[in-house]
Write a protein of this length. Sequence first.
Length: 107
Amino acid sequence: MTTITFIHPDGREQRISATAGETAMQAATRHDIGGILAECGGNAMCATCHVYVDDAWLSRLPAMADDEDALLDGTAAERRASSRLSCQIKPSAELDGLVLHLPERQA
C-alpha cells in the first residue's frame, strides 16, 4: 500500500492508503476525499480530479501525456506548474508519502 496525503484548501490534511493498481483518484474517491469529483470515472476526459502535486514530489512523477496536458488547460481552478490529474497518478512504493493539494474548486 502507498500512503497519500491530501491537503484541503483550508489546510486540513487527510492521509489515506492506495492499494496496488488503483490511481490516486480512485483511492481518493474510495476514501471520500471531498474535492475530488471524478465525473468521468478516471477516463481522463473531464479534469474534475485536478490536484496540485507538492513541490517535493513533482519531479518523482512520470511526465504527463498530451491528453492530460490539454485537459489541464480547462480546469475550474487555476492551472499551475504542479497541476496534474489524480486519475493519471499511479501510486507506487516510490511514491509512498505523496502529498497532493486540492484546488479551491473542481467545477
